[in-house]
Design a protein around this ligand. Structure first.
Ligand code: NAD
Length: 496
């Protein structure tokens, strides 16, 4: 079976000079030139052409941004919920007014299909709207006498300045998942986007600059080991929140330990998909067409590790290969029906191909795909690997590309053991028609999210985050508001 590839020949560029954000740092409400002489090239992964050159900020520039955030932390924290809520609604409205531009910028910088970029932008707007509402409706322990003659009042306070580090797979959406609850909870922040995909974050800062007091939101572009590490280290930063790989999470947590600041980590995944013999195999295959290949599989919750009951494995693989064979691969301009784009960078493309080569040399067999697609751009064919050995590299490490592995099991205990047998635990799914199994297996899986007869469906009302090596802390929902707040107990002695 061959892959359906679509390329827009001689298409007009997705973005023009005037669409780009300033190639500068956003500090204290203004765009400033960086003193750095180092730049990172921002490349369109479809055309391999340069889009922009963005400065790599310095330690001193991080310190300036933290000082700006610190200077306004009380002013922002003092606003009553209604006032902060109105600002968040205004941000959502402003982003909605510029949704088309944000979609084009995101698609140009990441190569993702327009449908994925549109979903990112509409989800970003909804994140701000949800947090604007949720911040006015939080509850906690009622004030009351819990010790004789002493009235206890629980205050929920902002943490102060939060340092945020975001990845390249959903540049705008991951920024919003942090920004919205952090601002809603009354904190100020300094955000470092991925050096590869800073455009929509800088554009967001430009678009909302007049809606926030100067200094509440600051963006310092640059590398992880310089800008990210300084945020993790800075004594005036109360929390460092990072979405990224396990290694970056570990580096940040190690640095943060020095000042004992809080750490919030959304890290990698290797989501198992456990398909029992009673599952609706057609429905599972159709769902995985999306859940495994959305964003070219560059998705921390991607359904990448299929464990299917041996008695239905052949039938399931047949259904899956049919779905994968119908995927439309191409660049964002080649049609609204494109489902899979390129990988984000040459380095990541080489990394994914390395995994594919090693897996195939070790005996895995690609029933579809298996390597790069010809031509310009960092395209890898949607791939299904079978005959993979239990515990082999491809079944344990996060590939972060359009690649799924299929393994088989023979009983429920084995399925659970193997699903849990990796060091990360972000997401998982269980496919069964059995009511008992749909609960008991879901309860036994070590994953922050478990879907039953579904995979990769998210909503702002419900939490997202991992167990084990996938980190700790929750994005989305009121749980994120809790994570970005601190609890203070004030006790009044009222005895006479
Ligand atoms: P990455 O870890 O390479 O980079 C993420 C961010 O961390 C970047 O901004 C980078 O500059 C920064 N960074 C790197 N080293 C650092 C250091 N020493 N100190 C501070 N910051 C540092 O990850 P990536 O390749 O951009 O993104 C892909 C990874 O993100 C995958 O592992 C994916 O699973 C994970 N991810 C997780 C979630 C989630 O919700 N759990 C969501 C999206 C992505």
């Amino acid at each position: 079976m061959t892959t359906n590839v679509r390329r827009a020949v001689d298409a007009a560029p997705l973005v023009h000079e005037g669409d780009l954000p300033p190639a500068r740092l956003f500090v204290g409400g203004k765009f400033l030139d960086s003193s750095s002489e180092q730049y990172t090239d921002v490349i369109d992964p479809c055309t391999e052409r340069l889009i922009a050159r963005i400065p790599d900020g310095t330690v001193e520039e991080v310190d300036e941004a933290v000082a700006a955030a610190l200077a306004v932390k009380e002013e922002w924290a003092r606003l009553v919920p209604k006032e902060r809520s109105e600002v968040l609604h205004a941000i959502a409205d402003r982003l909605a007014d510029h949704a088309d531009l944000l979609v084009r910028l995101e698609a140009a910088n990441t190569g993702k299909p327009m449908s994925v970029a549109q979903d990112d932008v509409s989800s970003t707007i909804d994140t701000f709207r949800f947090m604007a509402g949720a911040l006015r409706a939080t509850t906690s322990l009622a004030a009351g006498d819990y010790a004789e003659d002493h009235l206890s009042v629980i205050l929920r306070e902002p943490l102060g300045v939060v340092g945020v580090v975001t990845p390249w797979n959903y540049p705008l959406l991951m920024a919003a998942w942090k920004l919205a609850p952090i601002l809603a909870a009354g904190n100020t922040l300094v955000l470092k986007p991925s050096e590869q995909t800073p455009l929509t974050t800088l554009k967001l800062a430009e678009l909302v600059a007049d809606l926030l007091p100067p200094g509440v939101l600051n963006v310092v572009t640059g590398t992880g080991p310089v800008v990210g590490a300084r945020l993790a280290e800075h004594p005036d930063v109360a929390m460092i929140a990072l979405t990224g790989s396990v290694n970056s999470g570990r580096a940040v947590a190690r640095t943060a330990a020095e000042s004992l600041k809080r750490v919030h980590l959304e890290l990698g995944g290797k989501a198992p998909v456990v398909i029992f013999e009673d599952a609706d195999l057609k429905a599972a295959a159709a769902a995985l067409r999306v859940a495994s290949f959305w964003n070219s599989g560059q998705e921390c919750g991607a359904a990448c590790r299929i464990l299917v009951h041996a008695s239905v494995a052949d039938r399931f693989v047949e259904e899956l290969v049919r779905e994968v064979g119908e995927l439309v691969v191409g660049d964002p301009q080649s049609g609204e029906d494109v489902e899979v784009g390129p990988l984000v960078s040459k380095a990541h493309f080489d990394r994914v191909l390395g995994y594919l080569d090693r897996a195939q040399s070790a005996g895995a067999r690609a029933v579809i795909g298996g390597g790069a697609l010809e031509g310009t751009g960092y395209y890898v064919a949607p791939t299904v690997l079978v005959d993979v050995a239990e515990g082999s590299e491809i079944t344990r490490e996060e590939v972060f590309g359009p690649v799924v592995t299929v393994e088989t099991f023979t009983d429920e205990d084995e399925a659970v053991r193997r699903a849990n047998g990796v060091p990360v635990g972000l997401a998982a799914s269980v496919w069964t028609e059995s009511a008992r199994r749909s609960h008991s297996v879901a309860a036994r899986l070590d994953s922050g999210t478990v879907w039953v007869n579904s995979h990769l469906v998210l909503a702002n009302e419900v939490p997202w985050g991992g167990f084990k090596g996938s980190g700790y802390g929750r994005d989305l929902s009121v749980y994120a508001l809790d994570d970005y707040s601190r609890t203070k107990h004030v006790m009044h002695n009222h005895s006479r």
